[in-house]
Design a protein around this ligand. Structure first.
Ligand SMILES: Cc1ncc(COP(=O)(O)O)c(C=O)c1O
Length: 414
């Protein structure tokens, strides 16, 4: 495998504030850096059109257009229609609202399967429905490789199962789970799926229709944008969901019914900056004109994936060679089955201790349970606050930065 790929990293990194590159930054799963284009969009919205949008005077019309464009481009980004996505404060918020919006469809003793692999965002809101008589069934993981086993799911599914909630990628383990197969299996008993794509979306292209998922969520702040969340839902199910916004928004007003927080104007307008960023990189790396933003982002993500695989291979070669370390998740770097999010536990040092020690080499990594507390508990980690060490990469990280990380970990772990 080559040490470098043809992703032009100097060009990529020019799109961001320079100060980001002073450290080797590996806390991308917590939140990604934001390129100038997004900052510029939010700033211009607030300086030029910070008025109530949609009224018949120039600033207001302009404000509505900027917001609509953000919304439209992000629908294209996931491969959906504009009224199938809701842009709201966060993924945690979106799952909570979704659970409330769907619960009237289900009766006492109906079942919801919740993967232990989930971030709490796609777990807690479903568990709360126990209060209304629903039964929560846990889909456990069976080893440190953190596989979601389909045979196990098959045994848990039955005609009472209404929904299966699981992550596309765990924010701890980094495995890419087989969303189409899991979805097909859930659908075979008439259950819906709610897929948490937060840890997947920064790394691989989205295509919700192709996967046939019922609900899919991700957060823009992990995808080089502002602190906002995106909920995709199939139209026919969104129609059946109970509206969670003001009473005068009709049940068939899919654009509004799932966001009781109301829109965050400047942030929605700034989503255009994510598309600007992708388009700038696309134009730099591809000769072919491509009219569809969906297709442009798919092509660009393929480049990200190749580069990330190189980073993964380098890090995995190092971490799997150490006998004092227990890696959570798959050991293979193949871009189709893994993203570069790595968590491990040392049998010599605490996780916080390791994160603090590498920071002396200007290496930023993190530790803890990352709100996947049930997963960390199920891995037998006693001190869940100390949890695991997480090193998470993005397409803008360089091979040299991974070398710095490895050297630093070698120094610290001995
Ligand atoms: C996998 C995963 N799901 C959900 C969330 C929650 O997202 P939000 O902060 O938008 O609520 C996170 C946040 O770290 C996450 O990593």
């Amino acid at each position: 495998m080559p040490e470098r790929t043809d992703l032009d990293l100097s060009f990529v990194r020019e799109q961001y504030p320079k100060n980001h590159w002073d450290w080797a930054f590996f806390e991308n799963a917590g939140g990604a850096f934001v390129p100038h284009s997004v900052v510029q969009r939010i700033s211009s919205y607030m300086t030029e059109t910070q008025v109530q949008p949609g009224y018949p005077y120039p600033e207001s019309t302009d404000a509505a257009e900027r917001m609509n464009l953000g919304h439209q481009l992000m629908a294209e980004f996931v491969g959906a229609d504009i009224d199938e996505i809701t842009i709201s404060p966060s993924t945690s918020f979106n799952v909570y609202v979704l659970a409330q919006a769907l619960r009237h469809l289900w009766k006492k003793d109906d079942e919801i399967i919740v993967a232990t692999l989930n971030h709490e965002a796609n777990s807690g809101p479903w568990r709360r429905l126990e209060e209304f008589g629903l039964k929560i069934v846990e889909w456990p993981i069976e080893s440190d490789t953190a596989e979601l086993n389909l045979d196990t799911l098959d045994k848990l599914l039955n005609k009472k199962t209404q929904l299966v909630a699981f992550p596309h990628v765990s924010n701890v383990a980094g495995n890419v789970n087989d969303v189409p197969s899991i979805t097909k299996l859930a659908h075979s008993v008439g259950a819906l799926v709610c897929v948490d794509g937060v840890a997947y979306a920064p790394h691989r292209a989205l295509s919700v229709k192709e996967w046939d998922v019922d609900f899919y969520l991700f957060s823009f702040y992990k995808v080089f944008g502002p602190h906002m969340g995106c909920l995709y839902g199939k139209q026919e199910i969104l129609r059946k969901a109970r509206g969670q916004y003001h009473y005068f928004f009709e049940e068939d007003d899919l654009l509004h019914k799932m966001n009781p927080a109301g829109p965050n104007h400047e942030s929605i307008a700034s989503l255009v900056g994510i598309a600007d960023y992708f388009d700038t990189l696309y134009a730099h790396h591809f000769d072919k004109d491509e009219p569809s933003f969906f297709a442009r982002s798919q092509a660009l993500y393929a480049k990200f994936a190749e580069h990330e695989q190189v980073l993964s291979r380098k890090f995995l070669d190092f971490i799997t060679s150490r006998e004092d370390v227990r890696l959570i998740g798959r050991h293979e770097s193949d871009k189709n089955i893994r993203v570069p999010t790595f968590s491990f536990i040392s049998n010599k040092m605490g996780s916080e201790e390791i994160a603090r020690a590498v920071s002396r080499d200007k290496v930023a990594i993190s530790f803890g349970h990352f709100y996947a507390k049930r997963l960390i508990e199920s891995l037998g980690v006693k001190d869940t606050e100390d949890g695991v060490v997480r090193c998470s990469m993005a397409h803008y990280n360089t091979v040299d930065e991974v070398d710095t990380l490895i050297r630093s970990l070698e120094r610290v772990l001995g």
